[in-house]
Design a protein. Structure first.
Length: 390
């Protein structure tokens, strides 16, 4: 049964076709690898695509489907697919959009493993890539060649928190018929909806805010029906990085509180960003300027999200000493969890990026990335403040 479209807070909880399994409020976990057919002919019809129905969990599963339908509604796309990790989602999409000799145009900064994947694709398959600041349409156009088959961006960029104007990128890429893929991990559809800005495909590491509890590794993709069907029947099915039903269930649970958590992550992070900015040991703070209405962040983001990056005076040693002095803030990669997490990108998430590239991307040795959690903002600040006060 199709439901009338509701506001996003409601869709977090109800989005997608209504499913009634014996009145169960929580989605049942279909913890099964395969599905039996009532006859050989039925099996044949399902494999031929002539009949709806499940076959084998790598090709689809009701719990996973409930999640895929929900994320499609939330992003305002036609279809969603779930993957075993954010990287499984990123690699499936990039493989789907490229072949040997093609070129990928990227934001000037990407998660370290995405950078690693691009390097591997270049070395093994001659699928090249280049980076652009993408501050103007002209800057995007300049690097689109007749070999460019995909524009791939993060905004805000991990870990520098620089914001890219989605409308500028979508407009320039459209002129050349090149699809724009947006890794929307840092924002989630609650804070930013790239498809509404003219972009074509959205990716998530659902490991982060969508799960929200630091207990799942997962990825999601949303796009138009034609592309997503192709992705499902080829890169997802045949490479096989699918999500387990239990992990899909955890994500459905996480989604129910996503909007509430994102509001608190954002308000806590804004407090911490402001306090950091006025501390004498802090040289620079990077946090999306959503308070400037007429800026890319102000136009496309509902709020700034939970990640703050900053540079301390000094270098790597001072940054590491500061991190080691924290008390309850945990030293860990990942982000989007209830716990505040801190990490040093140059030696952790982005250590695989060569030093000269890190410099071009703005990942200095003094850059620190904080994923502001859901604890009391005062407690978070006190921990940071005492670690800075030496
Ligand atoms: N995209 C972005 C923007 C990410 O931050 C990450 C992981 C991924 C994709 C990959 O997702 P995964 O396969 O881990 O689900 N980012 C991490 C980070 O910044 N720290 O640890 C992981």
């Amino acid at each position: 049964m199709k439901r009338e479209k509701k506001q996003i807070e409601t869709e977090m909880i109800h989005g997608g076709p209504e499913r009634n399994y014996e009145g169960s409020l929580a989605a049942p976990i279909f913890q099964t690898s395969t599905f039996s057919f009532s006859s050989a002919a039925e099996g044949e019809r399902r494999f031929a695509g002539e009949e709806e129905g499940y076959i084998y969990t790598r090709l689809g599963n009701p719990t996973v489907r409930a999640l895929e339908d929900r994320i499609a509604v939330l992003e305002g796309g036609e279809k969603g697919l779930a993957f075993a990790s954010g990287m499984a989602a990123v690699s499936a999409v990039l493989i789907a959009l490229t072949k040997t000799g093609d070129h990928i145009l990227c934001s000037n900064g990407l998660y370290g493993c995405t950078f690693g994947l691009l390097t591997m694709m270049e070395e093994k398959y001659d699928i090249t890539h280049s980076f652009s600041h993408m501050r103007t349409e002209e800057e995007v156009r300049e690097q689109i060649t007749d070999r460019t088959t995909c524009v791939f961006i993060e905004t805000p960029i991990n870990p520098t928190m620089r914001v890219i104007d989605l409308e500028i990128v979508a407009k320039a890429a459209k002129e050349y018929g090149v699809p724009v893929v947006v890794d929307n991990t840092f924002c989630t559809p609650y804070l930013q909806r790239p498809l509404e800005k003219g972009c074509d495909i959205v990716i998530h590491s659902a490991t982060k805010y969508i799960s929200g509890h630091g207990d799942v590794i997962a990825g999601l993709v949303v796009g138009d029906e034609e592309f997503m069907n192709r992705l499902r029947m080829s890169e997802q099915k045949d490479i096989g990085g699918v999500l387990s039903p239990f992990d899909a269930w955890l994500l459905l649970r996480g989604l129910k509180t996503l909007h509430v958590r994102m509001d608190r992550h954002s308000s806590n992070a804004q407090v911490i960003a402001d306090k950091l900015a006025s501390h004498p040991r802090v040289e620079r703070v990077y946090y999306p300027g959503v308070r400037e209405i007429d800026s890319p962040a102000g136009r496309q983001m509902r709020n700034g999200g939970g990640v703050v990056a900053f540079e301390l005076s000094g270098g790597k040693r001072e940054a590491q000493n500061f991190i080691d002095r924290l008390s309850f803030i945990r030293i860990a990669v990942s982000l989007g969890d209830a716990e505040t997490l801190i990490q040093h990108p140059a030696s952790m998430t982005h250590a695989v990026v060569p030093a000269h590239k890190r410099e071009e991307m703005g990942i200095t040795d003094s850059l620190i990335r904080l994923s502001v959690g859901l604890e009391a903002a005062d407690d978070i600040w006190h921990d940071i403040y005492q670690a800075l006060s030496v």
